[in-house]
Structure formats: C-alpha cells, structure tokens
Ligand binder design. Structure first.
Ligand SMILES: [Zn+2]
Length: 622
C-alpha cells in the first residue's frame, strides 16, 4: 500500500443503514451494509482515525436521530473495560454540514441526523496499550481489537459491514476477515459479532505459512525474538494437525495467528479464524519455553471450537453494553486449558513425563490455594467480571481460577468417561458431540446440557460429580487420585498418595511453614508480604498483606534468604519477625507449622492391568 496523506475529512466510505425492524440479509446487495475506514496518518500520536458514512436506501425512511455505541467489553475477556474512554474528537456531518450530537450515556453518541439520507461520523481513538484485548499504534506497528475501536449503530448488530484500512507506507495488513472483492485493503464482515471477532495487525510483519488438509494457515510475527522459525512453524503445524484430528475437520477457510514478541507481554485471545498472541521475545531459550509457547497456541486454537463455536448459554450473540453472565467459563476456559496442555503431548512435542509433571504442579498449586474451599467452579465463572480480572491480596483466600480448576475437572471427566466405558468414549467425544448437536444445530449449551453430554458418554449419572466438584467445593484430592488410577497413575507427595492419610509408619521430612507469599521491593529496601494464606501461622498469628519485613530473628535478609531460613526450621519452632505496618514497627513471635518437604509427582502405580495401560495410551498418545 502506498503511503497515505489522506486526512480524515477526505476518507470516503459508505454505510448503508436499514431500519432496526428489517432483518439483515447478509448476501443481498439491498440489505444493510456498514463500512468503516481506519487510518493511522500520525503513528506517533497513538491515535487511530475512524470514519463512518451512512447512506439510507431510498425504500427506507431516514430517521431524525441515530445512536452510535462503543462496546464496553470484548468477548473472550470477561471484564468491563470501558473502551469509550479512549474516544476523542467525535464529530458528525451530512454533505459537509455539521450535525448536532450529544453523549447520552458513557458509551452512546446520539446524532441528530434530521432525516439525512447520507451522513457520517468521525472520531479518533487513543491506542497505546499492547494486549490481546486492547489496541496499540506507534511508529513500529498497529494492532487493534475492533471491539475496542469501532462503534455500532444501535439495533444493527446483525448488519454486514466493510472495513477499509489505510496503512502507513510499507506496512502490510493481517486479519482473519475476508477481503472485499475489487476493493483494495478492504475487508468484510457479515455481522458485528464477526467484525468485533477479528483483530487487525498492520506492520512490516514477518509471515510463516503452512497448510493443513489443504487449508492455508499463517503465523504473522511482529517483533524480534530468539525463536527458530522452522521449529516454531513446525510446532504450530503439529498442534493444528492434532486438534483438527480430534474434531475430524476444519471449520474455517483460513487461519491467522497474530504473534507479538515483546520483553514483557503474554497471553492470547481467541477468535473464529484467528488469534492474537503475546509471548516473551526471549522466551524460546529452552525446551520449557517452547512448551509454554506451544501450550498457549494450543489453548487459543482449541477455542475456535470450544467457546467460538461450542458456545455457552450467554456467550453469543453478545450484548456489548454490559456483563454477559455464564456459569460455564470453567468449561470454556478450563477445559480449553486442559486440552491446550494435553495437545502439546498428543502432538508429540513433549514427553509423557513432561506433561505429567505439568499436571502435578497444577494439582499442587490448586490444593495449596485456600480459596478452593470458598468458591466453586461455577461461582468462579459467574463472578469473573468482578473477581478474576481484579485480583487483590485476599484473592488466594477467597477465589479460585476457573482455568486452574477447570483444567483439573477436564482431566477428571476425561478419565471417568474412559474408565466407565472401557476406553471406548472420552471427553473428546463430549466435545465432538457438543460441536455436532449444539453448534451445528445453531444452539448454545447450558450447564445442564454439558452435564447431560458427559453423562451420555459415560453411560451413567454424574450428578454426584457435578454436585461435589462443579457446583460444590468438595476437596478434589482423593477423587483425582482414584481417577488417575484409571490410567495406572497416582499423584503422590513424598511417596504418599494425596488425599489418602499416611498410615503413620512412614517418616516424612517436614520443613518449616509460615504461609506468607513475599516479594522483594524493587529498590531492595524491604521484603513485602503480597498475601497471607488463610489458616496458616502467618494468617492466624497476625501478619498482614502489605507488611514490610525488616528483620527475621534480628537480621536483615532478602526474600530468598528469608524463605530458605524458614524452610530450614522445624515445625513448632518460633521465629521473630519485625515489620513496618503502615508507619509503625511491629514485632511478631510466630510459631511455625510444618509442610512436607517434597513436590507433588505423578508416577505409575506398582501394578497396572490391561485396561489401565490402554487408557493411558489412548489418553496421552491419541
Ligand atoms: Zn482461553
């Protein structure tokens, strides 16, 4: 694309707007048709320039006023982010005559269109935050999330639209939206859910291409890093092959991975035929770095089925003006995380043991979170909007992550179904069933539908399971171990299966346990207590989050030394901890408890039968 000096006022595009009562007819040229143009003439200002022109077809009455709305959130990230706060310089006109407008609430602009058959609105959006759910424009590139950039005409979320991009000279455009024929740098979307689902990267990006089952895939990379491009492309390809093999097909025409490599970025956001990913630019230094990258890719890619097509009750079509509540994020995110990790193994990119070590760590982290006794998987899902994305020092005591518990519930359901059916069915069958019976028949699924699908595959009621572990907060440990035994495995700590009482004969090495999570202040002045785990000696004997530790037993120490000295103590030993709390110094003599001095591990049972071996093989190496 040539360099453009076209100012906002000169940008031309057309928006055909039908009356709200007329249903959209996406393939008819007479139907509503909305077009956007996004320009970036001054990247150093971080301002993306947006224009919208409305033309009312002759057969429709032109309204006297029209509302334009900015979404408050973006699907896939369940937090109200108030994207309207970045909008400035809003204006509207008809044939060059300014139209009056007013804000009627935080994200709605009401334009006095006075029956005009053609009118337009322009505005700019400050874009200086690189995450997968926000937007960034600077001298190096532009990435935007359409839900954070483009306003929609009230009542017209079903209307098709086009999006024209005016890039900086030398920059290319990557998006999952299909091109509009005969219109350069212009893309089309059949409705606003599709438009908002499609992030756009504009830069001099690197592109890696591959095909799976004849379908084109591309990895678009912005930023430098220490990755091996041949290896990276091959591993993404293997993940795509493993996941499409599970579902038995590819439900899109092409797929775009948009990858940003930075020193301090991470995460991903799923879309119908694309994903935006962030990863640490030097995160490919070792095998564990590639495993983490592969698991991120596998998670976001799995979402193209689970959440983008297999949709929970409230998640699509979306209401962009407020929270959309569902109790199913433990499925949409947690089971996606289960498969995201498992698929790295099934694609042959890591060994069985590396996967089992990951699972053991997940189980231990969850079991050491006091919030698991306070919040269920369904509650965590429902309250995502006010809790998961807004953690504080008490979160560890009052919350769980629906990603973490959902991954463990996915594991448990997979193994229950395999054991009950002699390995003829699995959680894979549940996912395929939901795709076939809900997505392909045009329905979203409810919590009851999900439970029924699992029961159908298991051939038995799972009501106790869902009551105890999904809707309830019962401890998972013993059930997890019984289910892992179905694959000939057990999770143990210091040789004792978790969830089972020690018989008392075994001598287990214990370390001193305080129960405070710490961080060094960047300036090295203090250790700060980040959180205090409920029920621990630190919690019960008076330490607080945000206390600044001055000394342990009279000596100044850093975080690593503090933790090593505590661990070397015996249960029952007393330590003297001096802290600043706000402006005053306090001294605490704290009697330590004990913790087993060994990590969780998953290993084989001493004796396994043929069914256990078959389940193990099918589960990890399908
Ligand atoms: Zn996800």
């Amino acid at each position: 694309m040539r360099r453009s000096n076209i100012g906002l006022i000169q940008l031309v595009f057309t928006l055909l707007l039908t009356a709200a009562a007329v249903p959209a007819q996406p393939n008819s040229p007479m139907s509503s048709d909305i077009a956007f143009t996004v320009a970036m003439s001054k990247p150093y200002t971080h301002l993306l320039e947006v224009e919208i022109r409305v033309k009312i077809p002759a057969n429709l009455q032109a309204p006297n006023e029209s509302d334009l709305l900015m979404p408050v959130w973006t699907p896939g990230s369940y937090l109200v982010r108030e994207f309207a706060r970045h909008v400035q310089d809003f204006a509207a006109d008809s044939d060059g005559r300014a139209l009056d407008w007013t804000k009627v609430d935080k994200n709605t602009w009401r334009v006095k269109t006075n029956g005009a058959r053609q009118w337009r609105a322009t505005y700019r959006v400050y874009a200086n935050e690189l995450t997968v759910r926000t937007s960034e424009l600077n001298s190096d590139h532009a990435l935007w999330n359409n839900a954070a950039l483009l306003i929609y005409p009230a009542g017209h979320l079903n209307a098709p639209s086009t999006l024209r991009v005016v890039p900086q000279s030398g920059w290319k455009i990557a998006t999952g939206l299909p091109e509009a024929k005969g219109q350069p740098n212009t893309f089309r979307a059949e409705n606003f859910d599709i438009l908002y689902d499609s992030p756009v990267e504009v830069s001099n990006f690197r592109q890696l291409d591959f095909q799976v089952r004849g379908v084109p895939h591309r990895i678009v990379i912005d930023g430098e890093g220490n990755y091996d491009s041949v290896r990276l492309r091959n591993e993404v390809l293997r993940i795509v092959e493993a996941e499409t093999a599970m579902f038995g097909g590819i439900p899109y025409h092409d797929y775009t991975f948009i990858l940003h490599l930075r020193s301090n970025t991470g995460g991903g956001l799923e879309h119908l035929n694309s994903t935006a990913l962030g990863f640490r630019r030097f995160g490919f230094a070792n095998e564990d770095g590639y495993r983490r990258f592969d698991a991120l890719v596998a998670h976001e890619f799995f979402h193209l089925w689970n959440v983008k097509r297999i949709r929970p009750d409230a998640l699509g079509p979306f209401d962009y003006t407020k929270e959309n509540y569902t109790r199913l994020l433990w499925v949409a995110e947690g089971i996606t995380e289960y498969y995201g990790q498992l698929m790295v193994r099934r694609a042959g990119l890591i060994s069985d043991q590396v996967y089992l070590d990951h699972l053991a760590k997940q189980i231990q982290d969850f079991q050491e979170t006091p919030g698991r006794q306070v919040m269920s998987a369904e509650e965590a899902s429902f309250d995502s909007w006010i809790k998961f994305y807004r953690p504080d020092e008490n979160s560890v005591n009052s919350q769980i992550s629906y990603y973490d518990k959902g991954e463990l519930l996915g594991l448990m359901l997979d193994l229950i179904i395999r054991v009950r059916t002699n390995n003829t069915k699995s959680l894979d069958d549940v996912m395929r069933y939901l795709f076939r019976e809900f997505f392909q028949k045009g329905h979203n699924y409810t919590p009851t539908d999900f439970q029924k699908a699992c029961e159908l595959m298991a051939g038995a009621s799972l009501d106790n399971f869902f009551s105890d572990y999904v809707r309830g907060r019962k401890d998972l440990a013993m059930a997890l171990n019984l289910m892992l035994a179905g694959a000939g495995l057990q999770v143990e700590q210091a040789g004792i299966g978790i969830g089972f009482d020690d018989d008392g004969d075994r001598r287990v090495s214990l370390k001193g346990f305080l129960g405070a999570d710490l961080e060094d202040k960047p300036d090295g002045s203090f250790i700060v207590i980040k959180s205090v785990r409920a029920g621990s000696p630190a919690y019960e004997q008076g330490l607080n989050a945000k206390d600044k530790i001055i000394a342990l037993d009279g000596a100044r120490v850093d975080k690593d030394t503090f933790e090593a000295l505590i661990a070397a103590k015996r249960p029952g030993d007393t330590v003297r901890i001096m802290v600043f709390r706000f402006d005053d110094m306090r001294t605490f003599d704290i009697r330590l408890a004990g913790a087993i001095d060994a990590p969780y591990r998953i290993g084989p049972l001493a004796h396994t039968n043929e069914q256990q071996k078959r389940i193990y093989q099918a589960w990890l190496a399908k």
